[in-house]
Structures are given as structure tokens and as C-alpha cells.
Ligand binder design. Structure first.
Ligand code: ADP
Ligand code: MG
Length: 211
């Protein structure tokens, strides 16, 4: 098992996230049509297309990569999710050293810094039916599994994200556009929790392939 995640692995993660969002674009937009304004899939796909266009030549370090990803998402996605996903990546970069490889603990700490940034910016707590319902359990699961290496930690995080996404389905939204629906938001999967689960699943798949 490889202990270090390279910059190339992280670039592959971002490319895989773009593929996953593109593949699930219609589904994400359908989820957002039920409790929002039907733009989450197209917002994210547009932003990630712009991100991938900036990855050739590849950034020299994880910190540089995440800065590029975050700035591009902020400037191209719009809505609530652009600044929130942008913040996630912009906070991850500075949490990593500028060296090439990162281990499971360092990547977990960077993810935690990113998620804490999203919470600070969006003021959502677990149970508010947002992307935080997937991201927050994911970083806890990462830490609990980090001793097994980055691929195992990422798989545990992805599984926790999916459980968090599903656990939020019956809840009433308390943040974002879906909260305008009140009780009618219950019984629908939150689109941001769905895309955040794709983010962690893309990382788990990428790191499994890199082992
Ligand atoms: P918009 O709601 O502006 O149309 P999107 O449709 O792209 O933006 O994204 C909606 C998603 O953003 C929601 O499903 C939810 O997960 C997330 N979201 C909205 N507001 C917040 C918030 N305050 N904190 C965390 N996530 C949020
Ligand atoms: Mg929307």
C-alpha cells in the first residue's frame, strides 16, 4: 500500500470528480428541481469543465492545485454551491505543505480545514440538509480510518458521505434555497449532499486505482 498521495493522484481525483458530475449532471439537476431551482448539475458541470481546462500543464503541488480549483469554482459556478465548493478547496491548499506527496493524516487534515471553511461560510450544521450532511461524517470517518492509509480512509469517507446524504433525505432543509420549501423539502435528497458524495467517491476510486 502506498502511504503518499502525489500531486498527480490529486489531479486525477479532480478529473474523476468532473467525470462523475458530468455523468450525474441530469440527476443532480433533477434533485435540485425538486427542492431548488434545477441548476445544481449544470452549475457544477460548468465549473468543473473550467477547472479541468486549467489542469494542463498540471499544477506543481497540491497547494497550487487546490488554489486553482477553488478560485475557478468561485468564479464560474455561482449560486450557493460555487462559493461553498470554492471555499472547500481554497481552505485545503494552505493546510498542506508545498511538497509533492501527502499522507493520509495530512490529506484528512486538509479536508477537515476545507469542510470547516464551508461551515464557517454557509453557517450550516449537520442535520440542516445540506452538503455538510455528507461532508461532516466523511471527515470523521476519514480520521477513524487514516491508520489504514489514504485509500482506505477515502473509501470510509465516501461510504460515510453516502450514508449522510441518505440520512438527510427525510429531513426538513434549514439552509439554502430548499429551506424556502419548509416541510415540503422533506423526502428529497439534497443535491449538494449528492454532489459531495460524488466528490468523496471520486477520491476513493482514484486512490484505489493508484495503489
Ligand atoms: P443554488 O441553491 O444557489 O441554486 P446550487 O443549486 O448549485 O445553488 O446548490 C445547492 C446546494 O448548495 C444545496 O443542495 C446545498 O447542499 C448547498 N447549500 C446551500 N446553502 C448552503 C449552506 N448555507 N451551507 C452549506 N451548503 C449549502
Ligand atoms: Mg440550485
Amino acid at each position: 500500500m502506498s502511504a503518499a498521495v502525489s500531486t498527480d493522484d490529486l489531479v486525477a481525483w479532480i478529473r474523476a470528480f468532473r467525470e462523475a458530475v458530468t455523468d450525474h449532471k441530469d440527476e443532480l439537476t433533477r434533485l435540485d428541481s425538486e427542492i431548488g431551482d434545477a441548476d445544481h448539475g449544470s452549475n457544477m458541470a460548468r465549473g468543473l469543465d473550467a477547472v479541468v481546462a486549467k489542469l494542463d500543464p498540471a499544477p506543481a503541488s497540491p497547494a497550487e492545485l487546490f488554489k486553482t480549483v477553488g478560485m475557478t469554482l468561485v468564479s464560474t459556478v455561482g449560486g450557493a454551491s460555487g462559493p461553498l465548493y470554492g471555499t472547500l478547496f481554497l481552505r485545503m491548499g494552505p493546510a498542506l505543505s508545498s511538497s509533492d506527496g501527502v499522507d493520509a493524516a495530512a490529506l484528512g487534515a486538509a479536508l477537515r480545514a476545507g469542510v470547516e471553511g464551508v461551515i464557517a461560510r454557509g453557517k450550516a450544521e449537520p442535520g440542516d440538509k445540506t452538503m455538510i450532511d455528507a461532508l461532516s461524517p466523511a471527515i470523521d470517518a476519514w480520521d477513524a480510518a487514516a491508520d489504514g492509509g489514504p485509500a482506505a480512509a477515502a473509501r470510509a469517507a465516501a461510504e460515510a458521505a453516502a450514508r449522510g446524504r441518505d440520512a438527510a433525505e427525510p429531513l426538513v432543509a434549514r439552509k439554502g434555497r430548499a429551506s424556502y420549501l419548509g416541510e415540503r423539502s422533506a423526502g428529497h435528497i439534497d443535491p449538494g449532499a449528492a454532489s459531495s458524495t460524488l466528490l468523496l467517491e471520486a477520491l476513493a476510486d482514484t486512490l484505489a486505482a493508484a495503489e
